[in-house]
Design a protein around this ligand. Structure first.
Ligand SMILES: C[S@@+](CC[C@H](N)C(=O)[O-])C[C@H]1O[C@@H](n2cnc3c(N)ncnc32)[C@H](O)[C@@H]1O
Length: 414
């Protein structure tokens, strides 16, 4: 691809301003290149490849060990984990335009891949054949915070939430039609106890009895791999009784788990300045992440009031030696669940989006092309990548081995 074609390619994904920022030129220069009014200097081609293109390059036709689809894909946390095992993503569904932007900035897909929006409008027959179906279906209808908010507003939750609660059935109709060898579903731990266990029973009943899969589930804490307490239920199903066993997972001891210091900015000048959250020669975290006096006073008062009432609501102040609470999609609001102490003389600060990425196990090559608010939401909604990667590693031998019975089609979901 020549440099002009590369510029056209990135301008389909980023605004001229974003391209200009990444290349260190002004937006007018980018527009002149775009309309062929001037030619970009030779370095631009390399700079685009290094700073703006997805990491695997432009062509992703490498032979794959298996294929998978990425439903409710968010920013592709599950995809990273399954690609690590040699899987190739053939279909993605995500409807949020900002999540799609982050996804597109990190994965390049050729013509063999479909990037769909709202899954409820996709006919199951239009989904390509695949070996593994991945779905982190929305958790708000089942999460403790989501349920209490919906209760307070007098709104239905769980399966009765007609817009978000029934998306599991979209997953089920695709499994029914495409009969993948295996699936992995991920959700909040509260899914198990929601509605006195009835929601979870219904899900397992559909997967086992209506779709005929061998299903097993386990709550896994992200703390095995990252300095964050994050418990999520992982449901794994195989079309055949392959003998998949959770004991095959290698989960490092909590005692040996990394602590917060391992994901905080080094603040010694060794990290890229273009992350926009670092300042000066030493790359100190910029002042806007430090809480204002007002907000810090408010959070302390709020916590004190709740302490008096004998409950533990309040902020979570951590140092480099700690493990954090669960990062939520609402972290942008006040950051109260994870505040990094900056010593007695300074107010604490929020994590930067890059630190949130690390806290979820994303590596530093992962691109964050959206505002901080969007980025916090996206990482708070995502998965702890190494947890899913470990499950994917344990599943792989059963996905890639020859099957005893051929693919059956179209079991009916009642
Ligand atoms: C819990 S998040 C999953 C995040 C993902 N596992 C990751 O690693 O980033 C659920 C995602 O489903 C998306 N979503 C919700 N309803 C959808 C729909 N009807 N069609 C497609 N995507 C949807 C949301 O925008 C959100 O990004």
């Amino acid at each position: 691809m020549d440099t002009h074609a590369l510029i056209d390619y990135v301008l389909e994904r980023y605004s001229p301003r974003e391209v200009a920022m990444a290349l260190g030129v002004d937006a007018r220069t980018v527009r002149r290149w775009q309309v062929r009014e001037s030619d970009p200097p030779p370095y631009v081609s390399d700079a685009i490849r290094q700073r703006l293109l997805p990491l695997q390059g432009l062509e992703n036709d490498a032979p794959a060990d298996f294929t998978f689809i990425d439903l409710f894909a968010g920013i592709g946390g599950m995809r990273i984990a399954f690609e690590k095992q040699g899987g190739k993503c053939v279909f993605t569904s995500e409807w949020d335009s900002y999540a799609r932007k982050t996804y597109a900035a990190n994965f390049h897909d050729g013509p063999g891949h479909v990037f769909a929006g709202d899954i409820t409008t996709v006919h199951e027959k239009d989904v390509p054949d695949h070996d593994v179906l991945l779905a982190g279906f929305p958790c708000q209808p089942f999460s403790i915070a989501g349920v209490s908010k919906k209760n307070a507003l007098g709104r239905p939750h769980g399966f009765s939430d007609k817009t978000q609660g029934t998306l599991f059935f979209d997953v089920a109709r695709i499994i029914s039609e495409k009969q993948p060898k295996a699936f992995l579903l991920e959700n909040v731990k509260n899914l198990v106890s929601h509605d006195k266990g009835r929601t979870f029973s219904t899900i397992i009943d559909v997967l086992e009895n209506e779709l005929g899969y061998k299903v097993t589930s386990r709550v896994i804490n992200g703390k095995h791999f990252v300095p964050q307490h994050r418990e999520r239920i992982i449901i794994v199903g195989f079309r055949e009784d392959v003998g998949f066993d959770w004991d095959g997972l290698a989960l490092p001891d909590f005692a040996k788990a990394p602590k917060l210091a391992s994901i905080l900015h080094r603040e010694d000048g060794s990290e890229p300045a273009e992350w926009n959250c670092l300042d000066g020669k030493k790359g100190k975290v910029t002042a806007n992440y430090t809480l204002t006096d007002n907000l810090w006073a408010y959070l302390q008062n709020y916590a004190a009031k709740h302490r008096e009432k004998g409950n533990g609501f309040g902020f979570g102040l951590v140092t480099g030696k700690d493990t954090t609470r669960t990062l939520s999609a609402r972290y942008y609001k006040d950051g109260s669940e994870i505040l990094v102490s900056q010593g007695a003389k300074k107010n604490p600060r929020r994590l930067t989006p890059r630190e949130c990425a690390r806290l979820m196990g994303f590596n530093d090559e992962f691109r964050i092309p959206v505002s901080d608010t969007r980025a916090y939401k996206q990482f708070g909604n995502s998965v702890v990548v190494p947890v899913i990667a470990e499950v994917a590693r344990a599943m792989k031998p059963f996905i890639t081995r020859e099957e005893a019975s051929p693919r059956k089609r179209s079991k009916k979901v009642a």
